[in-house]
Structures are given as structure tokens and as C-alpha cells.
Design a protein around this ligand. Structure first.
Ligand code: ATP
Ligand code: MG
Length: 743
């Protein structure tokens, strides 16, 4: 029996179709990823393709690691030579070797969001851009969007024509790029953009990689953006052995520039493409699959697909509604504890999925109380913590002293008494001479009116130079330990002797462990373990990558992070209108946002293998405001006969005292809940207090200032007020949140 016998005929066809462009378009859990791994094995085993000639692109590093392991298992040999990695890692690797063709040093730094924010702040200050009008985050997102579409600052400026705001953004974009270049740094989007630029400018390099990667595969293709599409199509343009797999119903990154056209228009770009559809789902029970199919059928913009399964019917979808988020979390913690106690599952079989990261906190609290091991994916990223960033910035400075941001971060860590004024003078000098901050520090005696600070600066420079010379001979681990020792970083924390300081020390220990595993991995792969390599790996790890499959814990993550994964038991929490679908998607835009939310719901449902529970709360605190939410329309789109409504809310022992101050309100709510738990009547607590303004009145809003009320509409749970503000224009808002004051 061969490994390919475990595939169905369509899957096998996809595996055996190795030459020429191939599109596998299929629904969730139909084995797309499985086909890719078998295809790699087949290419190597049967077609005798050199592993070196294969490039497989996955959505996360974790998926890459899993794919590599699976190929190892089915093919039974080292898969080290295959490049299995994300777009970003792939491009970073290529740029490490060739970016000098574009005038950068190959030891460039990769900037994270924090770094980007510092740069944009500085750029806005220098250009006198008012960040009250041009918000830094908005600017960064516009720049990122431009990069996703390979739009340069020049193009943006041309497209702006007479649009003043757009012109200003283009100006910021240009300066931002110049600052990055000066620091010899790239942001995440640049990794793709610069690789495309490299391919377009250097035929020699492009030809090399075209020859190298004769077989290219891309998973989750529905979420690629234009720049990524350009990257693979350039690479594949010689041999056209490009196999992409995806599901248009799972396209959930439009807000980050993903372009669904890449998959829908694939046959147009590659007219001789073969298209294979997979229709059998192997992941989920019939009930779960049915629910998913019904929900997604409400989207107008989609290619019709059939997806069926031979799996058992399984239990119904559990739906539970609670008074508030505390009870919701308590219920889920209780269910998991019970199932675990009864030996029905391990913790790692369970995942809790929610729409926004903020929802994780309540679960965290309950899980700690209930003694359930858990891991939050995508909370505060380990590498974004202060102590980790400080130490990494030391390593970055030792590696690439052209990174001004890193130098700025550590110059007074520990305190060296180099003041802001002094630093400003050195920076001005650096700007004037067109050199990096560190170079300017090295020649600080030339900086005007530097005075007594010179000796302090010299001390810092000597320290870094000493580390630089040690770095030649040291492993990354030894270098890091040396930095910790000589800066007294941990000693200072020990002296602090607080809970927080101890947590920081633990994190630092974790970073040291990371250098050790890096060294080991590199040795296993027979590759040199360099400081630059370590920093690159660290810069590219998304948080999902730090999940250790060996550990037994419940995973908590956003629906977005759950893409491509599967779990026996899934809990989708916060199934409420205004949360999921999000408030923005319902109230703004043209309906395409709501369809994207629905696709996200489809992704969530189809993560479940055996059991799916959806929960929601009647009342929830969001950003300090209490919201009264209706059951998500997505829940209502699941046919009633597939849903188990369980015990209605009155059977839960209410613990409302903690939550409500007024008893009368509480009993009023309790009554409403008891009558209808599933499809509740409108809940009108907020409307009880009538509005004290009308259409035409002038009102004041805390943030937006003064405006005129244009319309007041009966929203389901609250009045929806439209106001034309003097400063920010027309805004639509819920009366209870807006807290408008008539003036
Ligand atoms: N022919 C098959 N026989 C048995 N199990 C299969 C078969 N094909 C796929 N599976 C199993 O079904 C599950 C889903 O497969 P896979 O993750 O490859 O689907 P997918 O199409 O990539 O899903 P998604 O769209 O969520 O990424 C996996 O557990 C996989 O091992
Ligand atoms: Mg998959």
C-alpha cells in the first residue's frame, strides 16, 4: 500500500498533476493542505525532483513546521533542503543574500509595529504634519496598503492629483521609506516589496531563483495580496509549475490587503491552468458541516460549492446565552473541566475562538481559578515586551549599528546620563552629515557644544565596540549572557524584587533558551548560527508559532488566528451582534464587510471536528461601556434543528449582585431572559431614559466636539443618532455610548 492510497481520487489527481499551473479550489477540511504535503512527497519520491527545487509557502511558521514534519513522516527522509516557509520568511532569506543589489546592507534589520510607530512619529515631526489630523496609525495603514499593492510614494503622489490629504500621505510615505533606508531597515511589507523590486531589477537574481524553485506551492492562496501574487508569478513565470490551493469562502484578510481576485482570476493569468475541486470534508461531523454550509450560503459574492462528509452526524451545535461575559466564561471553563475530568478530552483538544483579543481576559481569569492550563495566542507578543526588546536592541546594535532606533532605545539602558538635549544634538549632526546616529556618536567630539557629555558617550561607544569584537567569536547565547552581565540588567531587576521584576527575569531566561534552541536547530541543519540569523528568526515569529503541540493546554485565540487549524472541541464565544459581526461591519460600508465577517464565521465553525459550542452574553463591557447585545445573526442562520439550546438561562444560578447595582433592573432582565433565550425580544434598557435632544439641536460630544443632530433612528437596542460635527463631519453613533450633551 502506498501513501497515496489514503487519498480520494480527486486528491490523488491533484497530487499527480505536477507539471504546469494548478488551482485547487475547495472548501474547509477537504484536504487541501494534506494534498500539498503528499504532493511534495510525491515530487521527491516518484518524480525524483531534488528537494532543493521545491518551495512551499504557508500562512504561518507553525504551518510550515507542521508541513515539514508531515513530509518527513510520509517520505521518510530529511526534508531540510525544501524551503517551506511563509512569504515573509522566504523573502527575508532571499534578501539576506541579494539586497545589496538594491543598495541596502545584507544585515538589514526588520522593524516591528512599535519600531514603525517611532519612525512615523519622527517623520511627522520633521515634516510638521499634524498628527491630530493625520493619525499615525492611519498613515501607517495607508502606507501598508500601498505596499500591498506595490504602489510607490511617487505613484501615490501622482494618483493623489489634487487631493491634499493624499498628497500629504504620499509625502510622509516617501520620508518614511527614506528613514528606513537610512537605518538599513525594512518593515514587514517591505520584505515582499523589495523582493519583487529585486526580481524586477536584477535578471540574474530572478533567473537564479526561477531555476532553483522549479516547483512552487502556495497554501491559503485566497489571502494573498497583489505584492505576494507578483512575487510568485515572477518566480513561476519560467516553468509555470505553480500549484495554489485555497477557498474563496475563507478569505478573511481583505482588511489587510488580501485580494480575492488572485484566486478567482487565477485561470485568467494562467490560461492553461488545471482546476481541481475537492468536495469531501474529512474534518467535521455532519452537523457541524451542515451548520457551516448554511451560514456561508447567505453570502451573495461567492462561487457555489458542495461540501459533504461521510463522518458521523455527531452532537448538535450547542448554543448557550448568558447574562454577561463572566457567566459565559464560567460556563466554558466548567464544560472543559468536566469533559477533562471525565476523560472525554485533553486540554489541547479544546480551543476558544473569539472576534477580538480583548475578549480573552475574562477567560483567563476563570481558567486561573478553575486551574485549567491555557495559552493565549496573539496577546502581548513575547518579543514586544520591554525587557526582551531592550536586550534584542543590544543585539541589533551589535549586529547593525546603523539601526538608529535600536541605538536610541539602549543608549540609556542602564542609565548613562546622556540627556535628550545631547542626543538631539548628535542626531542633528548625524542628519546634517547624512550618517547614522551610531556613527555620529563615534565622532561625538565633532558635534557642536557637546561639552561634558562626551565622556559618557565615549563610554557607550567603547562598550558597543567591545561587544562587536566579542561577537565575532561568541555564540549568540554567550553574547546575550555577556550583555546581561555587563549591563547589570538582571541584577537591577533582582534588586527591585517585585512580582513584575521576577516575571521579567523569567522572560529573559526564556530568551536565553531561545538562543540555545536556535543554535541547536542550525547545527541540525548544518547551517551557521549567526547573530543576524537569530535576529531574523525572532523578527519573523508570529505568536501562533510559539505554541508547543506537546504541551497540554487549552488554546485561546481570535478567529483570524485559527485559520487552517483544527480541534476536536471548539467554543465560539461572544456570538453577539455588534461583536460578531462587528459593529463596524453592520453599520458602515456596503455589505461586503458583513460578508467578510460571515466568512470568518465559516472559518470558525469549520475548525471544529467533533463538537461545537456557540455562546453569547446579553450584557457585555466593551471599552468600559456596558452594551446590551442581541444574538448574532450568524447563530440565527443555522437551522434550528441543528441546534441544541440546552437549559435556558434561568437554570444557572444567577450571580447578578456582582454585576448589577440595581435590583429592579436585574429582575427585569431576568424575566426577559427567561421567556426567550434563543431569539430574544428587543432589549430596551438603554431606551428607558429618553433623549434630551432632537433633530436640529446643537450637541457636544466629548471627543468630536460640537455638531448638529441630523437624524435619530430606532435601532434595535438603542437610538442611533447621526450628527454632523464641525470638525470631523458626519458620524453615526449609539445614543447611550455617545453621551451627547445638548447645548
Ligand atoms: N483522504 C483523506 N482521508 C482521511 N483523512 C483526510 C483525507 N483528506 C484529508 N483528511 C484529514 O482531514 C482534515 C482536514 O484536512 P486539511 O487540513 O488538509 O484540510 P484543508 O482543506 O487544508 O482545510 P482548511 O480549509 O481548513 O485549511 C485533516 O485532519 C486531514 O488529515
Ligand atoms: Mg488547510
Amino acid at each position: 500500500m502506498s501513501i497515496y492510497d489514503s487519498l480520494n481520487p480527486m486528491q490523488r489527481q491533484a497530487v499527480f498533476h505536477t507539471e504546469g499551473p494548478l488551482l485547487i479550489l475547495a472548501g474547509a477540511g477537504s484536504g487541501k493542505t494534506r494534498v500539498l504535503t503528499h504532493r511534495i512527497a510525491y515530487l521527491i519520491q516518484e518524480k525524483e525532483v531534488n528537494p532543493w527545487n521545491i518551495l512551499a509557502i504557508t500562512f504561518t511558521n507553525k504551518a510550515a513546521q507542521e508541513m515539514r514534519e508531515r513530509v518527513d513522516r510520509i517520505a521518510g527522509f530529511g526534508s531540510d533542503a525544501i524551503w517551506v516557509s511563509t512569504f515573509h520568511s522566504t523573502c527575508a532569506r532571499i534578501l539576506r543574500r541579494h539586497i545589496d543589489n538594491l543598495g541596502y546592507d545584507t544585515n538589514f534589520t526588520i522593524y516591528d509595529t512599535d519600531d514603525q510607530k517611532s519612525v512615523i512619529k519622527d517623520v511627522c515631526r520633521r515634516l510638521n504634519v499634524d498628527t491630530k489630523i493625520f493619525k499615525e496609525r492611519a498613515l501607517l495603514s495607508q502606507i501598508s496598503h500601498a505596499k500591498d499593492n506595490l504602489i510607490t510614494p511617487d505613484q501615490m503622489e501622482m494618483d493623489a492629483a489634487g487631493d491634499f490629504n493624499q498628497k500629504k500621505t504620499a509625502m510622509v510615505y516617501r520620508e518614511y521609506q527614506a528613514a528606513l533606508r537610512k537605518n538599513n531597515a525594512l518593515d514587514f511589507d517591505d520584505l515582499i516589496v523589495k523582493t519583487v523590486e529585486l526580481f524586477q531589477n536584477c535578471d540574474r537574481v530572478l533567473e537564479y531563483y526561477q531555476e532553483r524553485f522549479k516547483y512552487i506551492m502556495v497554501d491559503e492562496y485566497q489571502d494573498t495580496n497583489y505584492a505576494q501574487f507578483k512575487f510568485v508569478s515572477l518566480l513561476a513565470s519560467r516553468y509555470e509549475n505553480l500549484c495554489v490551493v485555497g477557498d474563496d469562502d475563507q478569505s478573511i484578510y481583505k482588511f489587510r490587503g488580501a485580494n480575492i481576485e488572485n484566486i478567482l482570476g487565477y485561470e485568467r493569468v494562467f490560461p492553461n491552468a488545471a482546476v481541481i475541486r475537492l468536495e469531501q470534508n474529512y474534518r467535521s461531523t455532519q452537523n457541524i458541516l451542515n451548520a457551516a454550509n448554511h451560514v456561508i450560503a447567505n453570502n451573495a459574492e461567492r462561487k457555489e460549492k458542495t461540501l459533504w462528509t461521510e463522518n458521523e452526524e455527531g452532537p448538535k451545535i450547542h448554543f448557550r446565552q448568558f447574562m454577561n461575559g463572566f457567566e459565559e466564561a464560567e460556563y466554558i471553563a466548567g464544560e472543559i473541566s468536566k469533559a477533562h475530568r471525565e476523560g472525554l478530552c485533553q486540554y489541547r483538544d479544546c480551543a476558544i475562538l473569539y472576534r477580538t483579543n480583548a475578549q480573552s481576559r475574562l477567560f483567563e481569569e476563570k481558567f486561573i481559578n478553575a486551574n485549567i492550563p491555557y495559552k493565549i495566542v496573539g496577546g502581548v507578543n513575547f518579543y514586544a515586551r520591554k525587557e526582551i526588546k531592550d536586550l534584542l536592541c543590544y543585539l541589533k546594535t551589535v549586529d547593525n549599528a546603523r539601526d538608529d532606533l535600536a541605538v536610541q532605545r539602549i543608549i540609556n539602558v542602564p542609565k548613562r546620563g546622556i540627556g535628550a538635549t545631547t542626543l538631539g544634538r548628535v542626531q542633528d549632526y548625524a542628519d546634517k552629515m547624512g550618517i547614522s546616529l551610531y556613527e555620529a556618536l563615534r565622532v561625538a567630539e565633532e558635534v557642536p557644544s557637546i561639552g561634558r557629555s562626551l565622556s559618557k558617550i565615549d563610554g557607550f561607544v567603547t562598550f558597543i565596540q567591545m561587544l562587536k569584537s566579542k561577537a565575532q567569536a561568541y555564540t549568540v547565547e554567550d553574547l546575550l549572557k555577556e550583555i546581561i552581565e555587563l549591563t547589570g540588567y538582571v541584577k537591577e531587576l533582582e534588586a527591585e524584587d517585585t512580582e513584575e521584576a521576577r516575571a521579567r527575569i523569567e522572560n529573559i531566561d526564556e530568551l536565553i533558551s531561545k538562543t540555545v534552541t536556535y543554535q541547536q536547530t542550525m547545527e541540525e541543519q548544518d547551517q551557521p548560527a549567526t547573530l543576524a540569523g537569530f535576529l531574523e528568526e525572532v523578527a519573523l515569529v508570529a505568536d501562533i508559532d510559539t505554541v508547543d503541540p506537546e504541551q497540554d493546554y487549552v488554546l485561546l485565540m481570535t478567529l483570524h488566528s485559527a485559520k487552517g487549524l483544527e480541534f476536536p472541541r471548539v467554543f465560539m464565544a461572544g456570538m453577539e451582534t455588534g461583536i460578531f459581526p462587528s459593529y463596524m461591519s453592520i453599520n458602515y460600508g456596503d455589505g461586503s464587510e458583513l460578508e467578510e465577517e460571515r466568512r470568518l464565521c465559516y472559518v470558525g465553525i469549520t475548525r471544529a471536528m467533533k463538537e461545537l459550542t456557540m455562546t453569547c452574553a446579553r450584557q457585555r463591557m466593551v471599552r468600559g461601556e456596558t452594551q446590551y447585545n442581541k444574538v448574532s445573526q450568524f447563530v440565527q442562520e443555522i437551522p434550528r434543528d441543528l441546534v441544541d439550546l440546552g437549559h435556558t438561562i434561568q437554570e444557572k444560578k444567577p450571580k447578578m449582585e456582582q454585576v448589577f447595582s440595581s435590583d429592579s433592573k436585574y429582575s427585569q432582565m431576568k424575566q426577559i431572559f427567561q421567556t426567550k433565550a434563543y431569539k430574544p425580544k428587543e432589549f430596551k434598557v438603554t431606551k428607558a431614559d429618553a433623549l434630551d435632544y432632537q433633530v436640529g439641536d446643537t450637541v457636544r460630544h466629548m471627543k468630536f466636539g460640537v455638531g448638529i443632530v441630523k437624524a435619530i433612528a430606532e435601532g434595535g437596542r438603542d437610538y442611533e443618532v447621526t450628527v454632523d460635527f464641525d470638525k470631523v463631519g458626519v458620524k453615526k453613533m449609539f445614543a447611550s455610548f455617545a453621551k451627547l450633551k445638548k447645548i
